[in-house]
Design a protein around this ligand. Structure first.
Ligand code: GTR
Length: 442
């Protein structure tokens, strides 16, 4: 005979109540994740005197520089004026790398303030047998250049690296055990086969990613430390972005690279960095933000997922110290991130989110691009017309703007890269011949 076990009435009631609470929290979360901002955004197209910006000329001559300054003063911080000299030394060129399919180089960037110096290394892969200078993707990496590919030729950084037992990194030192551990994020062969080059720098070589009172990395060369810092002294994101611009300086000297077709790309904190690099340095033809979230593409005023107070508490060294004034007070910020997007206009800009990456606020990332896109309109380019997210895995491509929300979690995947390469095919095509450079290297 079958027996049915009944739960006591009280337990049933408690379980039911719990389910109701969970469901209503989920509903709230869902509502907010697709709701606009709660507070009005600062005006993108009114200048500091309240006059309307109506043309690309007024944008360039007045508003663009005002906004850049506001981001320097209140968010990322300012590059110090201290004189730094920058030299490049090509450490090696391998014309038969990756089994004969690529050209590989490592370039040492030597930065000096006259009495002290600091170096970091750019790893470059170029497609073999390309006709003339090639377009390339430039991005920082999290664990060292040697982690992006199993290629044994890549130098291993001897600087501070975040410990990671899965990668065999202990005592903050990388070893050969971590060769290729991040290869899934860097589809080198696919990039090369589509005619693009790839350049990467270990971000910790530029400035180690921990709060050390700005004593090391490039900071060592430029400033007084600790309490003497100005509220708008550069934080680490600004320093990493500065490093990306030095790579661009190098490309200008390398006849194999078409510096007019360089895309700056980054994931997460390094997506915040690629945006800030692209905003300041208009030599980047295309900018890619992959899951950059708070302080990147996401609107701060949405206060959804990671908030300004979270990021400043967990990573006090990333931004200018003035940014901390906006902890739990996003509405007081004189800028929001749609204005950062606008600084890329009229160049190619791609923002990408991941559906499960709530911490980065996918909808806030999209809205930023949506509101910022007005400035592309000033140039006569298409603007985004829908303030609703596209379907998952259905990229929205409008003029010089791209956006997708991918299935899955916080990461940069082959799917993401494929969208960026398809987008690049339109905006900095690998097949295009460069009319401003004479191909020199054979
Ligand atoms: C998280 C941080 C994010 C994002 C991410 C990453 O801990 O809260 O803003 O930058 O790290 O870079 O992986």
């Amino acid at each position: 005979m079958k027996t049915t076990k009944h739960l006591p009435g009280k337990i049933v009631l408690l379980l039911a109540l719990q389910i109701i609470v969970v469901v209503s929290l989920f509903a709230q979360d869902k509502a907010k994740s697709t709701k606009h901002t709660f507070v009005p955004l600062p005006e993108l197209l009114l200048n500091s005197e309240g006059a309307r910006i109506e043309s690309s000329r007024q944008w360039e001559e007045i508003r663009r520089s005002e906004i850049l300054e506001l981001f320097r003063e209140h968010v990322y911080g300012r590059v110090p004026e201290a004189e730094l000299s920058v030299d490049f030394e090509v450490k090696y060129v391998d014309l038969n790398a990756l089994g004969g399919s690529a050209v590989q180089k490592e370039v040492e960037v030597q930065v000096s303030n006259g009495s002290d110096n600091h170096t970091f290394s750019i790893l470059i892969y170029l497609p073999k047998d390309s006709q003339g200078p090639v377009p390339l993707f430039l991005g920082l990496n999290f664990y060292g250049n040697h982690t992006i590919h199993t290629d044994k030729q890549i130098s291993i950084t001897d600087r501070w690296v975040r410990n990671n037992s899965d990668f065999g990194i202990t005592e903050n030192k990388a070893t050969s055990e971590s060769r290729g551990v991040r290869a899934h994020r860097w589809p080198v062969e696919q990039i090369l086969s589509r005619g693009y080059g790839l350049a990467t720098i270990y971000y910790g070589d530029i400035d180690p990613d921990f709060d050390d009172g700005f004593k090391n990395g490039i900071h060592r060369l430029t400033e007084e430390r600790g309490d003497d810092r100005d509220p708008d002294s550069w934080g680490s994101i600004a320093t990493w972005a500065w490093g990306l611009s030095r790579a661009m300086d190098y490309f200008e000297t390398d006849a194999d690279v078409d510096q007019k077709r360089v895309a700056v790309i980054g994931h997460s904190r390094l997506g915040k960095t690629s945006l800030w690099a692209g905003a300041q340095d208009e030599r980047f033809a295309m900018v890619v933000s992959n899951n950059s979230g708070c302080g990147g593409a996401a609107l701060s005023r949405r206060a959804f997922g990671e908030r300004v107070s979270n990021i400043n508490t967990s990573f006090p060294h990333w931004f200018a110290s003035r940014f901390h004034d906006y902890n739990d007070n996003e509405a007081a910020l004189p800028v929001d991130q749609h204005m950062l997007m606008a600084l890329m206009a009229p160049r190619a800009l791609y923002v990408a989110s991941a559906r499960e990456d709530k911490w980065a606020d996918p909808f806030g990332e999209y809205l930023s691009l949506f509101y910022g896109s007005k400035v592309w309109g000033l140039y006569g380019n298409d603007v985004l017309t829908s303030d609703q997210l596209p379907e998952v895995d259905q990229p929205r491509l409008t003029g010089n703007l791209g956006y997708h929300i991918r299935t899955g979690k916080h990461d940069i995947t082959l799917y993401d890269w494929e969208q960026y390469m398809d987008f690049a095919d339109h905006h900095m095509p690998a097949a295009a011949s460069s009319d401003h450079l004479i191909p020199v290297s054979l």
